[in-house]
Design a protein around this ligand. Structure first.
Ligand SMILES: [Zn+2]
Length: 182
């Protein structure tokens, strides 16, 4: 028995009616970047189905260099997959990256210097990096991260970026930055 036992039973139920699909373009032509918070599961709050959209999650849903690198690779991969699909012209867009930050984010504690000092000592991460990752006002940080991704030299040209804020209290997602290209 592990804590996974109950979930393995759920997986057994899932696998009974599962139909595999081939690697291809995500059905929604979207890539989601959001917080790892267990209250902000994109599959549930956005009703994603298997094959709809890749999801990148980290603390805060921040656009870090690691996220930029993943977006660049997925953009390349999508370009290759698109090239193999009939009926796709050179002007087609690849996908939209939707950056989603949320209210009540746990990274908000990092805005407090005392908490941040303790976190740095416990994790070995630089205090400045922890401070930069804090989401205290998601409306502000999501805008900064949309700009950061749009400014990244490795962002594929056929990829657009949008920004959104998810309200934990209401379950509602609001678009704060409409999709645009670099
Ligand atoms: Zn969060």
């Amino acid at each position: 028995m592990t804590r996974m036992t109950a979930l393995l039973e759920r997986n057994e139920q899932f696998a009974r009616t599962y139909t595999p699909s081939a690697l291809g373009i995500p059905a929604r032509q979207l890539l989601i970047v959001t917080c790892l918070d267990h209250r902000v599961d994109p599959a549930i709050i956005l009703g994603l189905q298997l094959g709809d959209a890749p999801v990148i999650r980290n603390a805060g849903g921040r656009v870090t260099q690691a996220v930029i690198d993943d977006v660049a690779f997925i953009g390349f991969l999508a370009g290759q997959l698109f090239a193999g699909q009939a009926g796709q012209g050179a002007d087609d867009t690849l996908f939209e990256v939707a950056v989603i930050h949320h209210t009540q984010c746990g990274t908000g504690f990092l805005a407090d210097p005392g908490f941040r000092r303790q976190a740095a000592a416990a994790t070995g991460l630089p205090e400045a990096a922890l401070e930069a990752s804090a989401v205290t006002d998601p409306n502000i940080t999501v805008g900064a991260d949309v700009q950061r991704l749009l400014a990244a030299p490795s962002l594929p040209p056929k990829v657009s970026v949008s920004g959104h804020v998810y309200d934990i209290a209401t379950g509602r997602l609001t678009t704060t930055h409409d999709a645009r290209y670099p």
